[in-house]
Design a binder for this molecule. Structure first.
Ligand code: HEM
Ligand SMILES: *[C@@H]1O[C@H](CO)[C@@H](O)[C@H](O)[C@H]1NC(C)=O
Ligand SMILES: *[C@@H]1O[C@H](CO)[C@@H](O)[C@H](O)[C@H]1NC(C)=O
Length: 482
């Protein structure tokens, strides 16, 4: 029973509970040393446990309140792994430009994904992470991915149009998975394993969040640990099978634009073959959730505001290139502002003094900034809770390039050293799907109508939030000439 209850819980919640327990243990068993000046502790309650719980239950409200009380720098105390929160554009920039050897992005995602990867991946895999920008974000590959995404979109929509109700997030999740596997892994993985890979990734996503996997060291045996290892091993086995088959027919794969072919032929990553499965697990986590959110939330907002559907259709009727359709780009950008992730994570590898303040972030701490709260700062975005794509359009209808990466005020894809290498790929999937939907189908809410509450954002995923409880849509082909 306890197991079943725990099992339903999610990564973020348990990461912080884990940090809290470690902290308590250290408090009990060690004496405090003198340390450099720390920022104020954002205390809601009487104990740090109540702080952590408050932070977990409603991160947005917690951080908003704490910013009001303590300003742009505060800490959430776990004593050992303290969490330091930085607020505002200046600190966003500071955070994003910091080098990997000072505070670590791998350390940040490693907190969640360590056990989904082969030991050593997060220390030796840097070259793999670096290769995504070259292998995926190149124009020949992106052109081909666009074609494949368009094909997958038409297939999915055809299927949707035959169903009474379609769950938006759930169905987009399958679409995005199929496109990612087909493009990044290749047609062979897609033809033979696409559904199995979906199940394995779903399993891994819920298992990495299991408290045993988060709380206990790797050498302690337990069921969720074995289940996670089993899924991870099967994932790796699929890679071994497919790569062995490719070696038998090198000429077939010679021209393939998939990212695996790229890494096999780039000397910087060719010898890292043993880490490919781990790399693709991490990559799938990075690529999937947020791309699903971007497409699914846009559908939800277009259903709520049909006027933007019409605007996009009108523009698509006269634009030959769907990737240049300004009203569609504006809707997607506004989606990215409105529904971005709540925190961005780093861990410190050495003490960092916060320039211009007298505070220092100690080594081995967690540092966070908030894309979501930056995007809802009324001083940057008036009426931040309204979905208004037009804030991204110039009076003449072209896209307004304001709040570029330098301002650190729009963080959907991050900025600086770890700026998302999948931004263009994600945008291509989204535009292909939404253009195919709007050009060929009419849509309305499913049989339950519009959800009663759109503010229920599920922030427990690593990445952008989904709508808790999902929503349904119904589509039917448009009458030509109507
Ligand atoms: C709408 C969809 C997406 C959103 C909103 C998004 C967002 C982000 C953000 C905010 C970061 C920076 C995180 C940080 O600095 O802590 C990031 C990094 C990353 N993203 Fe994306 N992403 C999306 C799609 C993708 C896709 C499709 C891929 C697959 C190629 C991808 C791969 C990555 C990787 C590998 C990193 C880490 C980069 C590094 O090591 O420096 N993302 N993404
Ligand atoms: C795929 O790999 C081959 C080597 O087997 C390489 O020559 C080729 O450039 C790669 N294809 C692409 C389009 O990246
Ligand atoms: C991806 O490629 C585009 C076009 O070459 C480039 O402008 C962009 O900066 C690249 N993305 C990253 C994260 O470097």
């Amino acid at each position: 029973m306890l197991e079943a209850l725990l099992y339903k819980s999610f990564p973020l919640r348990f990461i912080f509970a884990w940090l809290g327990i470690l902290g308590l243990a250290l408090l009990l068993f060690s004496s405090r040393r003198t340390s450099p000046k720390l920022p104020p502790r954002a205390n809601e309650g009487t104990s740090f446990f109540s702080d952590i719980l408050g932070f977990l239950a409603s991160p947005v409200q917690f951080v908003e309140l704490a910013t009001g009380k303590y300003g742009s720098i505060f800490r959430i105390d776990c004593l050992v792994k303290q969490i330091f929160y930085l607020r505002g554009q200046k600190w966003n920039r500071f955070f994003l430009e910091m080098k990997e050897d000072t505070w670590s992005f791998s350390g940040g995602i490693g907190m969640f994904l360590d056990k989904a990867a082969k030991p050593g991946y997060f220390t030796h895999g840097r070259n793999l992470l670096g290769s995504i920008n070259r292998g995926v974000n190149r124009s020949a590959a992106l052109q081909s991915y666009g074609r494949l995404a368009g094909e997958e979109a038409h297939k999915s929509l055809q299927h949707w149009s035959q169903m009474p109700d379609v769950e938006i997030f759930e169905s987009i999740s399958r679409f995005v998975h199929r496109v990612i596997v087909r493009c990044m892994m290749g047609e062979d993985f897609y033809d033979q394993h696409v559904d199995e890979l979906y199940d394995l990734l779903q399993q891994m996503e819920s298992l990495v969040g299991h408290p045993f996997n988060l709380l206990l060291p790797a050498w302690v045996p337990h069921l969720p640990g074995r289940q996670l290892a089993k899924a991870r091993d099967r994932f790796a086995e699929i890679f071994r099978e497919r790569l062995a088959a490719r070696q038998l027919k090198p000429d077939v794969w010679h021209d393939s634009l998939d990212y695996i072919n790229y890494t096999l032929n780039d000397p910087r990553t060719a010898q890292l073959e043993d880490y490919y499965p781990s790399h693709h697990v991490v990559l799938m986590f990075a690529a999937h959730t947020s791309t699903v959110a971007s497409i699914a939330w846009t559908i939800v907002e277009l259903l709520r505001h049909p006027i933007y559907q019409e605007e996009i259709r009108e523009s698509l009727a006269t634009t030959s290139d769907i990737h240049q359709c300004a009203p569609l780009l504006a809707c997607l950008r506004e989606e990215g502002r409105r529904y971005s992730g709540v925190h961005m994570f780093r861990t410190t590898k050495r003490p960092v003094s916060l320039e211009g303040s007298d505070y220092t972030v100690p080594e081995n701490s967690v540092v966070l900034i908030s894309p979501y709260l930056t995007h809802h700062d009324p001083a940057i975005y008036p009426n931040p809770h309204e979905y208004k794509p037009h804030r991204w359009l110039l009076p003449d209808g072209r896209l307004d390039p304001w709040n570029g990466p330098k301002e650190a005020a729009f963080l959907q894809f991050g900025a600086g050293n770890h700026r998302c290498p999948g931004e263009n790929f994600a945008a291509i999937m989204a535009r292909e799907f939404l253009a195919a939907l709007l050009m060929n189908y009419e849509m309305e809410w499913g049989s339950d109508g519009a959800p009663a509450d759109f503010s229920r954002l599920d922030f427990t995923k690593v990445g952008s939030p989904w709508l808790e409880g999902d929503a349904t849509v119904r589509i039917r082909p448009r009458e030509l000439g109507a």
